[in-house]
Design a protein around this ligand. Structure first.
Ligand code: NAD
Length: 356
């Protein structure tokens, strides 16, 4: 990545952050500092290969701890900061919102302040190359009707849950630090990611684990809520494009072009599992159970990624079936029960056609 050799990532032991760390360590010569508090959502295993490299450091720190963050930034001297650390689970934000406000709002504010103090001391040429990329969600826009509309960079903010309200708040702070202080901030608003190393509380790993344990597959309401799904490696590609060519002060909306109702998703997931690891009796979809809807449940999210595609040349490269197959292969390997690799169309780690 021209001009960017030292990258500070917050939340690099989380689902998306760890995929980014693995990519940067594997495919670039960059030095990476990962600041992660190691909450329940962190999985240090996901970056264990990086840990062997002299180019990688992990600091266990809270982004709200300004003096620690100040020291870490000034010692590491980053060319870019990618801010992913957050509390990220909507259901948890409904039952325990306080930590969401603390990390997502106060934590982002603290990081912006320390990034600004550091940036102001840089030479003019390093100042002009520096980027602060704030990673956010499409949930800040609220929800859409079931028509053809989609969110884009000009969509108004209308968050529904404590999680999305806290992320909306952090987006406003990030933009204000650009507008007011000229800190070179870029915001990305992205749809639902899925892939290996996602925490088991999230929809795809949760449904898969329930299915493998022969437990009911709980689906909220009537299952007709629509989400757009983006394979995590495609998102990492998008973030790399933004790091390379993104313009300070801009926002990029990033989606997977994979809109599915939750019911369609669970049907597809069950059909794939039926092939990969058939049940002894019956089909996985027989385990489906409708449960009471989530409070304030958004109806539909969809993203128009036209801007990042036309300006930065990014587009997703995985279709849903391919990404899902890779994810299920990974989950089945974690579950370490025999499964039918011969039927795993896209699994890269599988050998030949043996049944493990
Ligand atoms: P995650 O919950 O898997 O990981 C979050 C990481 O942040 C964890 O490793 C955790 O230990 C760390 N963390 C939490 N609080 C911290 C604090 N106070 N200080 C330092 N580290 C802290 O999250 P994810 O799914 O990887 O999401 C990463 C970012 O992307 C978040 O900002 C989220 O809002 C955003 N996002 C996620 C999705 C998605 O589908 N997962 C979609 C769009 C945007």
């Amino acid at each position: 990545i021209p001009g960017i050799k030292r990258i500070l990532i917050t939340g690099g032991c989380g689902f998306i952050g760890s995929a980014l760390v693995r990519h940067l360590m594997h495919s670039t010569a960059c030095h990476v500092l990962n600041i992660d508090k190691l909450t329940y959502a962190a999985n240090p295993e996901a970056v264990k290969d990086a840990a062997d490299s002299a180019r990688y450091q992990h600091a266990v720190a809270d982004i709200c701890d300004r003096s620690k963050i100040k020291t870490l930034i000034s010692r590491f001297q980053p060319d870019a900061i990618l801010h992913l650390a957050a509390e990220s689970h909507v259901d948890r934000s409904i039952s325990s919102p306080a930590v969401f406000m603390q990390t997502n709002i106060i934590g982002t504010y603290s990081l912006l302040e320390e990034a600004l103090a550091y940036w102001q001391e840089l030479s003019e040429s390093r100042q002009s190359r520096f980027k602060f990329i704030h990673i956010s969600t499409d949930e800040v826009f609220g929800d859409l009707e079931t028509d053809d509309s989609a969110f884009d960079e000009s969509s108004p903010y209308l968050p529904s849950s404590p999680y999305s309200a806290s992320k909306a708040s952090s987006d406003h702070l990030a933009r204000a630090w650009h507008r007011t202080y000229r800190l070179p901030v870029i915001v990305t608003n992205c749809s639902n990611n899925y892939g290996p190393y996602q925490h088991h509380e999230k929809l795809i790993p949760h449904m898969t684990m329930c299915a493998l344990k022969e437990q009911p597959l709980p689906i909220y309401g009537n299952g007709k809520n629509i989400r757009d799904w983006l394979f995590v490696d495609d998102y990492v590609d998008a973030l790399t494009s933004v790091l390379r060519d993104g313009v300070a002060g801009e926002t990029y909306c990033i989606g997977g072009n994979n809109e599915l109702t939750n019911l369609e998703l669970v049907n597809t997931l069950c059909a794939e599992l039926d092939i990969l690891r058939p049940r002894v009796k019956g089909r996985y979809i027989d385990l489906l159970e409708f449960v009471e809807d989530r409070a304030g449940h958004d109806k539909r999210y969809a993203i128009n990624s036209q801007k990042i595609t036309s300006q930065l040349g990014w587009r997703p490269s995985h279709n849903f079936r391919e990404g899902l197959n890779k994810t299920l292969c990974w989950l089945l390997e974690q579950y370490s029960e025999p499964f039918n690799r011969a039927n795993s169309h896209f699994c890269t780690s599988g050998e030949g056609s043996e049944v493990k």
